[in-house]
Ligand binder design. Structure first.
Ligand code: AHR
Length: 716
């Protein structure tokens, strides 16, 4: 790789540090490599308390088959819609797959037992479950068995020494005298990992609860099913079936422990929810309709997540998002439906839009109102009397995709005025530029290649801070990712992310929050709709990608003060930019490999353009920043090396009495940028922390090829 050094000049005349020029080429490379000069007695900004957080929506089986603990798929028998979108048209169901039949349930007939099953609309459980599963047992006695089996989300996970909480609604026809056995058994029926019995089923709908325990020697596996069976003839109806493994912090209707632990280790400060496209839906009927996600799980109707092409039981509802926040100590960043859905459905301000504005105000009251308010009382009834802390509300998602000019201005104004009027302290986030009101914050989204990340890593350094008489909105980088690697990012992705993130932190005076997207992917076949996702999992295990480790390292290693830094001799490499016609670049740019929606099989969005090949350009290979912790004086220097060479770095720190010789380095490095972590090799690339000596106010270090290094220096 041909490399050339460049220089970024910063002038630190006042307490603010200004970028004088974008990276410019120098003629020769210094023998000592890159040169950093850090002023530790000045600051260019402060890293806000909520700088690092998470973004989430129901995509890639994030909740159902992901963090939501429920193991039974199609627990209320409503998932009868196609599971996959057509590759030709990702917003349309696959032609010919309009399944009317029950999915994920099968009939069990063992040892000579015989029977049949069907959906029965004459025996609804409640308004949310209009059709229940009727099991007719024509022959069963002694060791014979007839029942129903659920195949879960790519299997039912068995782990040793675990307690599972099971629940089902059932009723029996007159004359049925038996009970129901519930078992977690291997798919071939040879091993029963856990089992429990309800001795008698009554003739009206009743809820039955069981605890199923696996033994200490049970083999961890995903190749299992849940079976509910009987050995007596007659007729039974099942109205709802649920099975939960142990959940994080034992929360009822809670989350999977391993994935929650991965997130806990990131120390995220906020959660942006519920989307993303999932908030908007393709139509208003398929938006995230929060009121329908409250209350007992058997009373939630669920909906088809047409943004991503699969069914949501809505067991993971509004209160579950808030429970997730509570469990990880995050603040909610609530996105409200803004009267726009992705198939260009929009409501005009006035009587058309008013119901949605009212809905948003009520949603905020559900989160923050005391128990004397209507929706605060509803929250208390749902089990959480204490209000939640809420600082930020986002109006919609990516409304730059609304094709009608001025539509967002009108809609935003209606929401803004209503929210400001009732909740003056809330900070209001716009999803694109608005001219009619000044939002507190603008949410900007970026999905890019590694090179595009490097190219744009300095964008915020030159962004105007003034604007509109000093009242310019702050920035929330609410979705971003270097999209290299599938299903999860490889080291290319991690290096692009780190280059970008170093720039975000350096500009923390402007950027108040940021979060990577998407957060999750179920790596089982068919689990992914959007490639390059931070955390991967299957039915029994999970792992962090190299990009996950970048997030984890950065969010746990930074100070609150951004220090001015002058950098010289940045190595560069020549890069041939892709021809015009590909997406990428500015705020809310479509995914580099798919455009909005970004479904894996989707063709590139937009008209075909004649390729105009731009001139090759020099891209920086190294990226840096420095922050300081005002409480204990620790200085964090972040150094990203995208090159395949070890790079010498000279660091000089001024403005302090002394810098200790002892410190630390945390490094994430790979032998090749193609290297990655996978479900079978989860820890190939993980950070390593080492104690260092020989540091001081002027020292040299060499950083490894393809690496991200965070130095911790103790200054006085
Ligand atoms: O993160 C995936 C999708 O990308 C989000 O749902 C949407 O906001 C963006 O287009």
């Amino acid at each position: 790789m041909k490399t050339t050094p460049v220089s970024v000049q910063r002038l630190c005349a006042t307490s603010l540090c200004l970028l004088l020029s974008a990276p410019r080429l120098l003629q020769a490379q210094s023998a000592t490599g890159m040169n950093l000069r850090i002023r530790a007695d000045q600051i260019t900004g402060r890293v806000g308390p909520n700088f690092y957080g998470l973004m989430t929506e129901e995509i890639n089986y994030a909740y159902e088959g992901g963090i939501y603990g429920e193991l039974v798929r199609n627990r209320n028998f409503k998932e009868t819609v196609p599971e996959r979108r057509s590759p030709q048209n990702p917003t349309q169901p696959t032609p010919g797959k309009q399944a009317k039949d029950l999915v994920h349930w099968s009939l069990v007939q063992d040892g000579g037992g015989a029977g049949s099953m069907e959906l029965d609309t004459d025996a609804p459980l409640n308004g949310a479950v209009p059709a229940t599963l009727k099991l007719t047992i024509s022959q069963a006695a002694g060791a014979q068995k007839v029942g129903i089996a659920n195949d879960g989300f790519w299997g039912i996970p068995v782990k040793p020494g675990s307690q599972y909480k099971a629940m089902f609604y059932a009723k029996a026809a007159t004359g049925f005298t038996g009970g129901v056995t519930m078992s977690i058994m291997s798919n071939d029926g040879s091993t029963v990992a856990a089992s429990g019995q309800v001795p008698k089923i009554g003739q009206t709908w009743q809820k039955y609860e069981l605890t199923l325990n696996t033994g200490a020697n049970a083999k961890a596996s995903a190749e299992n099913k849940l079976v509910l069976s009987t050995n007596r003839p007659g007729t039974l109806w099942f109205g709802f079936v649920s099975l939960f493994p142990p959940t994080y912090k034992n929360r009822p209707n809670g989350n999977r422990q391993d994935i929650m632990q991965l997130m806990a280790n990131m120390h995220p400060k906020f959660l942006r929810f519920p989307g993303g496209n999932y908030l908007e839906g393709n139509t208003v009927e398929t938006r995230f309709d929060w009121k329908k996600t409250l209350g007992p799980i058997e009373e939630r109707p669920g909906h088809f997540d047409d943004a991503w092409g699969y069914w949501s039981s809505d067991g993971f509802g509004l209160l579950e998002y808030l429970g997730w926040c509570e469990d990880l100590g995050m603040e909610p960043v609530l996105a409200v439906y803004a009267g726009y859905s992705m198939r260009q459905v929009r409501f005009k301000p006035g009587p058309e839009l008013d119901p949605y504005v009212k809905e948003a105000i009520e949603e905020i009251e559900y989160l923050t109102g005391d128990v004397n308010t209507t929706w605060g009382a509803r929250r208390a009834k749902d089990g959480h009397p204490a209000p939640f802390k809420l600082q930020y509300v986002e109006i919609g998602n990516e409304d730059n995709f609304d094709n009608v000019k001025g539509s967002y201005d009108g809609r935003f104004t209606a929401f803004y005025d209503a929210i400001r009027g009732k909740y003056p302290d809330l900070k209001i986030i716009a999803t694109t530029e608005v001219g009619t009101r000044v939002p507190d914050v603008i949410d900007e989204h970026f999905y890019r290649s590694e090179e595009d990340m490097a190219l744009h890593a300095y964008d915020y350094d030159t962004r105007s801070r003034g604007g509109r008489g000093g009242s310019a909105p702050k920035v929330f980088v609410g979705e971003w990712a270097t999209r290299v690697g599938s299903p999860t990012p490889n080291m290319h992705g991690a290096l692009g992310d780190a280059a970008w993130l170093v720039g975000l932190e350096r500009n923390a005076d402007l950027i108040v929050m940021n979060c990577y997207a998407p957060l999750f992917v179920n790596v089982n076949p068919g689990g992914m709709q959007w490639q390059t996702d931070l955390i991967g999992y299957n039915t029994i295990s999970s792992y962090g990608s190299p990009a996950y480790w970048v997030q984890q390292m950065f969010s746990t290693h930074h100070g609150d003060l951004v220090l001015p830094i002058t950098v010289a001799n940045i190595p560069t490499a020549e890069w041939q930019q892709p021809a015009a016609g590909r997406r990428g670049g500015g705020p809310n740019a479509g995914a580099v490999d798919g455009g909005r929606g970004g479904a894996v099989a989707a063709p590139a969005a937009g008209p075909i353009q004649v390729p105009l090949t731009p001139m090759p350009r020099q891209l920086p290979l190294m990226f840096v920043n420095a922050t300081r912790d005002s409480a204990n004086g620790t200085i964090y220097v972040k150094i990203v090396n995208r090159s395949g060479n070890a790079q010498p770095v000279h660091i000089a720190i001024s403005g302090l009495t002394s810098v200790e010789s002892a410190g630390k380095a945390t490094t994430l490095a790979a032998a090749s940028p193609e290297d990655t972590n996978t479900i079978t090799e989860p820890n190939k690339i993980v950070p390593v922390t080492a104690d260092l000596t020989g540091l001081g106010s002027d020292f040299n270090r060499t950083v490894p090829p393809y690496s991200i290094t965070i130095l911790e220096l103790n200054g006085k």
